[in-house]
Write a protein that binds this ligand. Structure first.
Ligand code: AMP
Length: 300
């Protein structure tokens, strides 16, 4: 495994690897897993899938300042390069890209990549500019690495929808591969931000997966059920937890992210598209997100 902090050195290495493969008559399939580090089993699951499906695996670790708002946690976002490198090595990563902020943004950024509409709802409504930061850095990573496939977690379902739209709109020659959410045994979705939670908040946060699982079961139950009913159930369950402050509970189609009408049917037989039930909830100063996707065929 090689570690790179400079764009030029990484590019040269990838080019050499591509040429070496071509010399043997092979086309090197390159995978990219973008991350902000402080890696956990969620990241590891992306790396494993990417490792299994490609010839060369690049992991980027970069806490991207331009996707954080002025009052967000950029400065205190957890970082542990040593542990990240150990996990990457264990998962068979070929190249880790760990640039400094100056390497990625040597000058003030005057160019942004912006996906319209999909970024205005859900997390975009509470975190203005967040997705512009994400799509800008992911575009830069796509240009630098030129991967054949890039792997993203459904934990950030809106991010998957936004990146897929960007990739299509801008003709990036990259296949976007969504990967399932990895959870703790008690249901909490893994997140680098879980370290911020106090023991009480950690316990309270279980209400997210619990209420989403209940919603999923109700939709699978066979009887008729509407988006309005399910949304009310989830709001009530989370609202009953004293430490939880709801940012949003939304039910939309997926990946279009258009809100479903209150009367829109969620039961398996009536679902006309994949449906996303997404929540963002604050526990103290920590904002957590979670979701479930009910597939059109009921395979979620
Ligand atoms: P982050 O480092 O938080 O930017 O996440 C990097 C990638 O890992 C993103 O594509 C996330 O969606 C994905 N990821 C984070 N947490 C999980 C999880 N619990 N399960 C699956 N993927 C995850």
């Amino acid at each position: 495994m090689k570690t790179f902090t400079e764009i030029r050195a990484l590019r040269e290495h990838l080019q050499a690897e591509r040429l070496a493969a071509a010399g043997k008559g092979k086309n090197l399939r390159i995978a990219l897993v973008p991350s902000m580090g402080y890696l956990h089993e969620g990241h590891a699951s992306l790396l494993r899938k990417a490792r299994a499906e490609n010839d060369f695996l690049v992991l980027s670790v970069f806490v991207n300042p331009i996707q954080f708002g002025p009052n967000e946690d950029f400065e205190r976002y957890p970082r542990d390069a040593e542990k990240d490198l150990a996990l990457a090595e264990r998962e068979g990563v070929d190249a880790v890209f760990m640039p400094s902020v100056e390497e990625m943004y040597p000058r003030p950024t005057r160019t942004k990549v912006k996906v319209a509409e999909l970024t205005e709802r859900l997390c975009g409504a509470t975190r203005p500019g967040h997705f512009d930061g994400v799509t800008t850095v992911v575009s830069k990573l796509f240009h630098i690495v030129q991967p054949d496939r890039a792997y993203f977690g459904q934990k950030d379902a809106q991010q998957v929808a936004v990146i897929a739209q960007m990739t299509e709109d801008l003709n990036f020659a990259v296949e976007i591969v969504p990967c399932p959410i990895v959870r703790e045994p008690d249901g909490l979705a893994l997140s680098s931000r879980n370290v911020y939670l106090s023991p009480e908040e950690r316990k309270a946060a279980l209400v997210l997966s619990r209420s989403l699982l209940q919603a999923q079961e109700k939709a699978r139950g066979g009887g008729p059920v509407t988006a309005g009913e399910i949304r009310a159930d989830v709001i009530q369950a989370i609202g009953a937890e004293p430490l939880a402050v709801i940012d949003y509970v939304e039910i939309t189609n997926f990946p279009g992210l258009s809100p479903l009408a209150e009367a829109g049917r969620l039961d398996e037989k009536s679902r006309e598209a994949d449906v996303l039930i997404a929540v963002a909830v604050k526990f103290g100063t920590t904002r957590l997100i979670d979701n479930v996707i009910l597939t059109k065929k009921g395979m979620a």
